[in-house]
Design a protein around this ligand. Structure first.
Ligand code: PHE
Ligand code: CO
Length: 280
């Protein structure tokens, strides 16, 4: 492994079964996502031809992606330290896990594998504004390392890059990688009456807890990638970090503040009944 945690993808080493797992997951999501995923995501999938069969080769894919927005995808063994992750993003490199889930884990996996990282994240990197947001996030992360507010910056990533929804002329759509790469959450996040859907509010999002073990209880809705870009890049986070010092209690995941702009007030039935682990 190199100092920046990158490793060779080892594309030649994938088994037929592993390529088949990609194809199965790919076909399932591609059927599900029209009318749910925002158009840049669908266009990105097509532009990079991620459905040509099997796990994509990072080199070939990166050459194509680089010609579009200057980003490349590098292989890492799994999660990497914060400063390494931020440094990759700040230099327009997206670190992706090179392993794929087992065939008996198609529906749920807590760790990001190559399907989540590539299918979920890489298509959005073909959108120039989103691509710039991701780089700005990395630079912001590097600046924030000593702020004591990493968890707040992580919440921003979580509720945008991973679980974001966007309002379009055709209705609410998904752009978050954690959603588009999940068959069940791509339906739940948009259609289920249970979760709250609230307009994006930067500081509120940065103060919100999140769950990594089940569907989100609240999704935040942006008006456009430009809006997200300006709300974050044009704001100096220094004063926010100052305000957040000593406020280490986060809003619980089902909070609706008095000033919230509510797109949908959720019933929270799914979570109340025990979520993923509820007995049928
Ligand atoms: N504007 C932020 C700062 O002052 C940096 C940032 C940009 C963070 C975009 C996240 C997303 O640190
Ligand atoms: Co992810």
């Amino acid at each position: 492994m190199a100092d920046d945690y990158t490793i060779p993808q080892g594309w030649e080493g994938y088994s037929d079964e592993e390529h088949q797992t990609w194809d199965t997951l790919y076909e399932r999501q591609v059927k599900l996502l029209p009318g749910k995923a925002e158009q840049s995501f669908l266009d990105g999938l097509k532009a990079l031809d991620l459905g040509r069969g099997g796990i994509p080769n990072f080199e070939t894919m990166s050459d194509e992606l680089e010609s579009l927005t200057g980003w490349r995808v590098v292989a890492v063994p799994g999660l990497v330290p914060d400063e390494v992750f931020f440094d990759h993003l700040a230099n327009r490199r997206f670190p992706a896990g090179n392993f794929i889930r087992r065939a008996d884990q198609l529906d749920y996996l807590q760790e990001p594998d190559v399907f989540h990282d590539v299918f979920g994240h890489v298509p959005m990197l073909t959108n120039p504004v989103f691509a710039d947001y991701m780089q700005a996030y990395g630079k912001g992360g590097l600046r924030s390392l000593d702020s004591g507010c990493l968890k707040n910056l992580a919440a921003l990533y979580w509720y945008t890059v991973e679980f974001g929804l966007v309002q379009t002329d055709d209705g609410l759509r998904i752009y978050g990688a954690g959603i588009v790469s999940s068959a069940s959450e791509s339906v739940f996040s948009l259609k289920d009456p249970s979760p709250h859907r609230l307009k994006f509010d930067l500081e509120r999002v940065m103060r919100t807890d999140y769950r990594i073990d089940d569907f989100q209880q609240t999704y935040f809705v942006i008006d456009s990638y430009e809006d997200l870009f300006h709300a974050t890049v044009d704001t100096d986070f220094g004063p926010i970090y100052d305000r957040l010092q000593g406020v280490d209690d986060k809003y619980p995941v089902d909070t609706i503040l008095a000033e919230a702009e509510v797109v949908h007030r959720g019933s929270q039935d799914y979570a109340r009944k025990g979520g993923r682990l509820a007995k049928p």
